[in-house]
Design a protein around this ligand. Structure first.
Ligand SMILES: Cc1cc2nc3c(=O)[nH]c(=O)nc-3n(C[C@H](O)[C@H](O)[C@H](O)COP(=O)(O)OP(=O)(O)OC[C@H]3O[C@@H](n4cnc5c(N)ncnc54)[C@H](O)[C@@H]3O)c2cc1C
Ligand code: SF4
Length: 332
């Protein structure tokens, strides 16, 4: 591991100025992803700026929604009664991720910024455009079981690993950010980037921009919502595919839906086409399958030495259908 400096400033503005002033500096949240990358040599920051003591650990009611400080741990957020009652999809997504010990350390600011679990990204002996721009993509034609079927590019086919982020994408969450030029708020669905020709950039955040909070809007539909994750092991594994969904059924027809997919793209994938296909439909397996087909029409599976990932298309369609079927049953 390369030697690095460590600072723990007293306020967010100083932390932002410190990171913004050094191209090789990085914020340190719970450290559960960044410290792994230091050990592997995937990240080599010269300065770590610890933000755990200075970003808020508060969850408060906010005009019918919730304001969640970036320092709240994944464990505390999953356990919050308001989250469990008003946004169950978020609590279930959090509880499906990592282990209890990791969730006690992982923070709301750090979780959406964790980097891909692409095995080539984590192996510094292999070419990887995300880790070392311009070196190539070892995953294309390699092991692709975990890789993207939507929105990938010829430069990178990695998937985004966070479960919490999939729920936040479905919930129309917003991200509060403090940067060198002041505060700004961005929609959560605008935080992550597709790889295009710059896969080294995971998000739209600039260097030195600190996530200070996530804001959940008032969203009555979210009271009936669920997160379903399919993985190779029952726990302690990242998603092959996942579905975050909320459904509203009135008078026997679907009046509204919120859907996002995980494990299939470089970003949490908000399934707008599936939502549109559902509005006005009568809840049925046929309608749910048609919604999945509408969203997956542009899916582009990868061949690979491990058999590729075309299996994700029917797996995701079935996972979405089962999730919506159960939500519709709850509504009845
Ligand atoms: C064995 C294992 C299994 C796991 N399984 C899952 C899983 O199934 N699902 C899942 O979702 N996750 C899983 N994780 C990942 C884990 O959830 C993340 O590592 C964690 O959420 C990251 O949060 P952190 O606070 O520790 O971030 P850190 O590791 O501290 O930081 C991550 C990144 O965010 C940046 N950062 C941190 N805080 C801020 C901030 N406030 N503003 C701006 N930038 C910031 C850091 O600079 C760094 O780039 C697993 C991790 C491990 C080790
Ligand atoms: S998929 Fe992306 S992260 Fe994985 S090897 Fe290719 S460029 Fe690197």
């Amino acid at each position: 591991m390369r030697p690095f400096d460590y600072r723990a400033p007293q306020d967010p503005a100083t932390a932002v100025a410190t990171v913004a002033g050094r191209p090789d500096a990085a914020f340190l949240g719970g450290g559960t992803n960044l410290v792994d990358h230091l050990r592997l040599g995937v990240a080599e920051p010269g300065l770590l700026v610890d933000v755990t003591g200075l970003v808020s650990t508060e969850i408060r009611d906010d005009g019918g929604g919730l304001w969640i400080g970036a320092g709240v741990t994944n464990a505390d957020l999953a356990a919050d009664e308001r989250v469990r009652a008003r946004y169950p999809v978020l609590a279930r997504a959090l509880l499906s991720g990592a282990s209890a010990q990791l969730r006690n350390m992982a923070t709301v600011g750090g979780n959406p910024l964790q980097r891909t679990r692409c095995v080539y990204f984590q192996d510094v002996t292999t070419p990887c455009n995300k880790r070392s721009p311009g070196t190539g993509c070892s995953a294309i034609g390699g092991a692709t079981r975990q890789h993207a079927i939507l929105g990938a590019s010829e430069h990178c086919i990695a998937t985004h690993p966070s479960d919490m982020a999939v729920a936040l994408a479905a919930l129309d969450a917003r991200v509060q950010v403090l940067g060198p030029d002041g505060e700004r708020t961005i929609p959560f669905t605008g935080l992550h980037r597709l790889p295009g020709d710059a896969p080294e950039r995971d998000t739209e955040l600039g260097h030195g921009e600190l996530i200070t909070a996530i804001v959940l809007p008032e969203l009555p539909i979210a009271a009936r919502s669920d997160y379903r994750k399919v993985r190779d092991r029952a726990s302690f594994a990242f998603a092959l595919v996942s579905v975050a969904a909320a459904l509203e059924v009135t008078g026997g027809s679907i009046t509204d839906a919120r859907i996002a997919f995980g494990g299939v793209a470089h970003a949490p994938w908000r399934a707008y086409r599936a939502e549109e296909a559902l509005r006005g439909a009568t809840p049925s397996d046929d309608a749910f399958r048609a919604a999945a087909e509408a969203e997956l029409a542009d899916a582009h599976p990868q061949d690979g030495i491990d058999g590729g990932n075309a299996f994700k298309i029917p797996l995701l369609a079935r996972t979405l259908t089962a999730t919506l079927r159960d939500l519709a049953r709850e509504e009845a």
